[in-house]
Design a protein around this ligand. Sequence first.
Ligand code: ADP
Length: 494
Amino acid sequence: MNTSTQLIPTTLPLQDRSLLRDACYINGQWVKANSGAMQSIHNPATHELVGRVPICGEIETRDAIQSAHLAMQEWSAGTAAERAKVLRRWYELMLENMNDLAVILTSEQGKPIIEARSEVKYGASFIEWFGEEAKRMYGDVIPTHMKDRRLIVLRQPVGVVAAITPWNFPIAMITRKCAPALAAGCSMVCKPSPETPLSALALAELAHRAGVPPGVFNVVTGDAIKIGGEMTRNELVRKLSFTGSTRTGVLLATQCAATLKKVSLELGGNAPFIVFDDADIDAAIAGAIISKFRNSGQTCVCTNRFLVQAGIHDTFVEKLSHAVVKLKVGNGMLEDTIQGPLINQHAVEKVEAHIADALKQGARIITGGKRHSLGGTYFEPTVIKDVTSAMRMAREETFGPVAPIFKFSTEAEALQMANATEFGLAAYVYTKDMGRAWRVTEQIETGMVGINVGLISTEIAPFGGIKMSGIGREGSKYGLDDYTELKYMCMGLS
Ligand code: ADP
């Protein structure tokens, strides 16, 4: 392996430039690709070079897995309190370096710096939470069925974990996986998105400083297919945790089948946002803005469809449009930016294609609808009405700043429309009727429901989906389950 500690020359306003790395982190070392190949990372707002990372493949991934396997023996043999102490330090270091982490994140991802700081705090919260939760990884004693037997259930770490993460939350999607994994006594090899590897490497630098032992947390950047291929083939890896598209999730789960790995998948969504006539409309507008336009509409729990009851429909459209035109579009590094650029041209083209398809079939744009005058990958925050189930945006995740509005008449119709999708991640419901809130929650086919709120993610609650939106839950006391196995011990007393 080539090792390197060389830093990239940068104009980023960082207090601590050693957070910006140009090498992978394997077995506690900064490592270049065997081939020497490097990939450039560009700022989606300015197209400036932000950094470079190695293009690694199978060999480097195998090295990382091997080191994770060896390191796990000592890491898992320690006490929960010992692991918690290291995780606590990592958490503190993230908060101490919040601004620098946010600058790196915004520079490679584009989201407004205010959102980037929130993501750092949110990402760090998983490390704090699971460090504490490690101490509560209880087993069980089962009341015996025979006088001379005692039945005990142990919870043990599942083994080496491979994590593959997306670009929309370059920090939080990693900590949501590595925090429970490390808390449970597992080790991890992480492959960040090729769009946003610098945040992952900055996290690794802080893990190093926090005292995470060499090999316990590794970051390998590079060729997704080669790295993913090795991760899913390698028998030392006992679990894959993936966040990304449904297409890739299904592919990786299939690849994991041959070695029967435990799999957690957090995949695409098609979140309905249902507004009933009895809703507090201003609260619904505030919830709509946060659930739709956060990260320029590029989150898996972003509202994809607004279903609005006929009696309140026109008022909702008008008020939402007024709120949307006020959203300030610009470079995420500016403090007053509310909406940054989209991640790349492909994302812009998908948004355009969805809008064109809707317009062709009779939908009408109320505001926005085209590329922003700032150019690049900026897109105007858009509201579009008269959208129907025949249109692409009813079925596919648009993943951009477009609010399509559908009209419905009855509660039954709203539920039917909400559930008419292969996805089942998040749903939002606005109503003042308690009975309706319960009925809809129980019948809606999603893993998460926000009642009169548009933002539901927190480290203390189980995040995840059903149907084609995934398998498993991240965060909360349930989040440890995916990183542990149960071992049943039957003890004979005679
Ligand atoms: P998106 O289209 O939103 O980028 P993807 O599911 O393609 O979503 O990407 C999510 C993550 O999965 C990224 O880290 C990406 O590099 C990775 N990925 C994509 N395809 C593969 C693959 N065939 N094997 C392993 N990882 C992959």
